[in-house]
Design a protein around this ligand. Sequence first.
Ligand code: S3P
Length: 172
Amino acid sequence: MDRHIILIGFMGAGKSTVGRKLSRKLSRKLLDTDAMIEERAGMTIGEIFADRGEASFRQTETEVLQELAAMKFPAVISTGGGMPLKEENRRALKTMGMVVYLKVKPETVLQRLAGDTTRPLLQGEDKSGKVKSLLTQRDPVYREAAHITVETDGKKPEVIAAEILDRLKDSH
Ligand code: S3P
């Protein structure tokens, strides 16, 4: 396993938490595309969406991915939930390493993100409707982008991390 391990999936799927576990287990650096974007802009994601719009955020997201693609040492990469939406990004992700889709049910997302104010796409009325319709649209996209899919509902982050390592061993 000398390539990046890249976590994709919906908001609240546990990409950052599981990424942290994997990076500790493997003694690898954890790179988080949302954190890189915020650092670069000196603004939170909410502020970027409000001040510059989603298209500008998506542009920076692709730029960050291209920089990560040029990196040589193998890391664990946790991505924002919208990263695989662009075909260009999906292509880059697949060439960079093993892409792992952390699959999650809408009920789990709603539970985990109750009271969250940091995700602009889930603010306002009818959060449940938004989560359900976005997940329905995106699930096939995530599947297409990934090498493996791991179900995460009801599992602890340690268990998910161990399952990923097991599955990646098998796929070599
Ligand atoms: C987004 C997911 C967020 C963040 C932005 C947009 C999305 O990341 O990139 O709010 O389109 O799904 P997380 O998946 O880490 O919440």
